[in-house]
Design a protein around this ligand. Structure first.
Ligand SMILES: CC(C)(COP(=O)(O)OP(=O)(O)OC[C@H]1O[C@@H](n2cnc3c(N)ncnc32)[C@H](O)[C@@H]1OP(=O)(O)O)[C@@H](O)C(=O)NCCC(=O)NCCS
Length: 320
């Protein structure tokens, strides 16, 4: 078995990668689109590797550089993603071999490796055996909101659906909200624009929060007649957070409001509790970490501490 990069794959191999993507529920051109985006700021460092056995592509893994901010400053870490083995080749050690190769090629350039998975997946066991440990699982909240109250004094805040051209504004608001914060920060430049272009996010699923026409934050939230699911609440100034929650509730009135995978829920934990939200302290999604020396418990402790820190900034859009 050989491990090769995208550029080393022949035309047929690239189509076989599409078959792998498709077997895992992704569009068959996913890898191709990402490879084409390597000139893009966000995906400039995206380096997928492929396992080729007897001329066939049988597995893949993706990896990209991310920044990790702690009191020690900004370190480069690797975000591992897109781990897939052909369903006919499971249990042969292909995913293990691909991950070993990612570690080998990046050691000791990066401070450690992060990946997202679910505790209930077989992959979780594989990662644990390779030295990865759980460091963070985003909490989730729900509340059924009463129907809208009669409007009183006109609120100085308003939400408006974002447009594609708002990508730079969204990026600025996020950057302002992360000042003095820790976590997997800053998000790679150009990430909103890239996601709009890739189609993995739609501009109108973002609501920009304005005070008298001046943007002060945004929500990533989808609303229908019954529910609102909000997975990213970003407010540039922390003092505006309570007003943002009020505005979100006004927007979600009469529906089930689900909020999660955003560190806003920790920042405003007391307020959510007082307003009767039901809460689970984690979800099935879990972020795992492996240090350069997986047998060094000190590094794992330091990383876990960052994810418990009240200054943590972590949102759905930080997932890689
Ligand atoms: C997860 C996945 C990549 C593993 O690929 P693989 O090449 O079969 O894995 P390896 O052979 O290198 O490793 C096998 C080990 O992983 C674990 N494992 C893998 N799949 C498992 C499953 N379905 N159930 C339980 N354990 C599993 C086992 O611990 C196994 O160890 P063992 O050899 O002692 O039995 C593959 O199942 C897959 O492509 N799944 C669909 C996509 C996916 O879920 N990717 C992970 C996203 S985070």
């Amino acid at each position: 078995m050989r491990i090769v990069a995208w550029d080393e794959l022949a035309a047929r191999g690239r189509v076989e990668v599409g078959l792998l993507d498709w077997s895992d529920g992704d569009p068959p051109t996913w890898a191709e689109r990402l490879a084409a985006l390597r000139s893009d700021l966000r995906y400039r460092t995206y380096r997928p590797l492929f396992a080729v056995d007897r001329g066939r592509v049988v597995g893949r893994v993706g990896a990209l550089d991310l920044k990790f901010r702690s009191d020690d400053g900004d370190a480069t870490v690797l975000g591992i993603c897109d781990v897939v083995t052909a369903p006919t080749e499971l249990g042969r050690g292909i995913a293990h071999r691909l991950l070993d190769e990612v570690h080998r090629r990046n050691h000791p350039r990066v401070r450690g490796y992060f990946l997202w998975t679910r505790r209930s997946w077989g992959a979780h066991r594989l990662y644990e055996r390779m030295g990865y440990r759980d460091v963070y699982s985003p909490e989730v909240l729900v509340r059924r909101l009463p129907a809208r109250r009669a409007p009183g004094r006109p609120a100085p805040l308003r939400l408006r659906a974002a447009r594609r051209a708002d990508h730079a504004l969204l990026e600025q608001l996020l950057a302002r909200s992360t000042l003095g914060r820790v976590g997997i920060l800053p998000r790679p430049a150009g990430s909103f624009e890239t996601r709009f272009r890739l189609g993995s996010r739609r501009p109108h699923d973002y609501q920009i929060l304005e005070r008298r026409g001046k943007p002060i934050g945004y929500l990533w939230a989808r609303r229908d007649e019954r529910q609102v699911m909000c997975e990213e609440i970003v407010v540039a100034e922390r003092s505006d957070q309570p007003r943002c929650l009020e505005e979100l509730e006004r927007w979600a009135a009469g529906r089930l409001l689900a909020v999660g995978t955003t560190s806003f829920v920790r920042d405003q934990a007391d307020r959510f509790r007082a307003r009767g939200y039901l809460r689970l302290p984690g979800s099935h999604r879990v972020l795992m970490f492996r240090g350069l020396r997986p047998d060094d418990p000190g590094e794992l402790r330091r990383v876990r501490r960052i994810f418990r820190d009240p200054r943590l900034s972590a949102h759905e859009g930080d997932r890689f």
